[in-house]
Design a protein. Structure first.
Ligand SMILES: *[C@@H]1O[C@H](CO)[C@@H](O)[C@H](O)[C@H]1NC(C)=O
Ligand SMILES: *[C@@H]1O[C@H](CO)[C@@H](O)[C@H](O)[C@H]1NC(C)=O
Ligand SMILES: *[C@@H]1O[C@H](CO)[C@@H](O)[C@H](O)[C@H]1NC(C)=O
Ligand SMILES: [Ca+2]
Length: 456
């Protein structure tokens, strides 16, 4: 209706329409603010994905109140994993129960049960101090519900904190969970209704794993999990993969899915979705002081090396019909080749691109990167930086002397380790000058390089 009216209005409106259509994202940009079809930030942390026919449903924690307490389990739908429409909330607080607004509801996962024709949601159900350590279950007759709460309890009487649900091909499903004060990791089969657990099929004693997910590939189960860390990743031994030809084990560990120093690109696993012979890692970059601004880090999982590895990708796309992904390549500009002003200084380090970064940005220091080639259509630019603090920094970014935008720079765990954060810039067609760190009183992260992508 809206589009039709615009077309009737005249040629100017047509141009506006064409522009807005062209600006619909066709790429996944890990770490970017991700908005739904209404333009609101997607609030679906601790994701769970349900596939029904060709529709994907993304369930997650609505953290828009910047609180860990339960606000809602949101439900979004999409046909392409890129464009998400928010539907009704799947589950909302019920006062006087274990899922009141003063409790914790995390990591909702939904599977469909053919025996009873119900969608069954499992989640981590807890008190605000995480002392209750229970699972919760709710059911519905349609994907987004709303769901009817059935209850919260400790599975087989033991703790359950971070959890996920894995549905095997035979319609049997399993609860994957951090148990016994997060010491032992368990895989426990669900009953035929998916309402309760029956028996534990595997236990990884003393494994201290959380944030689990499983992908089954060529008859092998790959269990992805992080070591227990709460919202803040530790610096080493962050991720692990365990494989087995049976959910009953035994499980053997494989290489980490990302370089340890990257701390899984500063993210924690929420869900792992098969994509052809590869997979999609869906993680959260938790931001404890501003939970609603926690970003999503979705990356391809590749088995090219024999064991699953996250593919570092600033900008990438999915071909669902082919079951493939494609990582965009861009043009690199080293910060140290830019024009430094004020207190900005070049520093060396083997972890940096070209062996150098520009430090002391902000607080009087800035750097201009000149002759950056743009296409005039709005483009993603990945800003590679190091921030050895334990808190976020930020940097001002301005194009061709225009007004500046502030870009958040999460800590990188170490001043010699870089991460990238994306920013969408309107570059002119042809040469541009991008200035970093001007007009800010706080220090920005050390700038290593930028990569300019054609995609916007
Ligand atoms: C789950 O099953 C256990 C027995 O294995 C039982 O004690 C418990 O009451 C059941 N919980 C629910 C909510 O049905
Ligand atoms: C996706 O893959 C299919 C099958 O290989 C191919 O025909 C199609 O052109 C691809 N789509 C895009 C957008 O690349
Ligand atoms: C920018 O980062 C500094 C810390 O370096 C912080 O104090 C400040 O609040 C941040 N600004 C914004 C708008 O987030
Ligand atoms: Ca560099």
């Amino acid at each position: 209706m809206l589009a039709l009216r615009r077309i009737i209005v005249g040629p100017l409106a047509l141009i506006a329409l064409a522009r807005s259509v062209a600006s619909v994202d066709t790429v996944i940009v890990p770490g970017a603010p991700w908005t739904d079809t209404s333009g609101n930030l997607i609030q679906a942390h601790g994701a769970g994905i349900l596939t029904v026919g060709s529709t994907y449903y993304w369930f997650g924690e609505d953290k828009s109140a910047n609180s860990a307490l339960f606000k809602a389990v949101s439900c979004y739908s999409s046909n392409d994993l890129l464009t998400w429409s928010r539907q009704n909330n799947a589950l909302t607080p019920i006062s006087g129960t274990s899922i009141s607004s003063s409790n914790i509801v995390e990591r909702p996962k939904v599977i469909f049960n053919k025996n009873n024709n119900q969608y069954v949601m499992w989640f981590h159900s807890d008190t605000s101090n995480y002392g209750a350590a229970m699972v919760g279950v709710a059911t519905a007759s349609s994907p987004c519900g709303p769901y009817t709460y059935k209850g919260s309890w400790k599975p087989l009487g033991a703790d359950s904190r971070d959890e996920s649900i894995f549905q095997d091909t035979a319609q049997t499903a399993y609860l994957l969970y951090a148990s016994d004060n997060n010491q032992n990791f368990k895989i426990t089969q669900l009953d035929s209704n998916y309402y309760n657990v029956t028996s534990t099929v595997s236990e990884l004693s003393g494994a201290t794993l959380e944030a689990p997910g499983i992908i089954k590939r060529n008859g092998v189960y790959y269990l992805f999990a992080s070591h227990t860390s709460g919202f803040v990743p530790p610096y080493s031994e962050y991720y692990s993969v365990h494989i087995s030809s049976s959910l009953h084990g035994p499980w053997t560990s494989q290489a980490d899915i990302a370089p340890e120093s990257s701390r899984t690109f500063y993210s924690q696993n929420a869900y792992d979705l098969p994509l052809g012979s590869n997979g999609i890692y869906m993680g959260d970059r938790w931001r404890p002081d501003l939970l609603g601004s926690s970003r999503y880090i979705w990356l391809p999982i590749s088995w090219a090396s024999g064991s699953p590895q996250l593919v570092q990708a600033d900008v990438w796309s999915i071909n669902l019909s082919a079951g493939t992904y494609s990582v965009a390549s861009g043009t690199t500009y080293e910060a140290e080749s830019g024009t430094l002003s004020g207190s900005a200084k070049v520093a060396s380090g083997s972890g940096f691109s070209g062996g150098k970064v520009v430090g002391y940005l902000g607080h009087g220091g800035s750097v201009q990167i000149k002759n950056v080639q743009g296409n005039g259509n709005g483009q993603w630019v990945a800003v590679y930086y190091a921030n050895g603090d334990s808190t976020y920094r930020n940097v001002t970014v301005s194009v061709n002397g225009g007004s500046s935008v502030l870009l958040d720079q999460p800590d990188t765990g170490n001043g010699q380790v870089t991460l990238s954060v994306p920013i969408k810039l309107n570059l002119n067609n042809g040469a541009n000058t991008i200035t970093f760190g001007a007009g800010q009183s706080n220090y920005a992260g050390d700038l290593d390089k930028i990569i300019v992508y054609q995609q916007g």
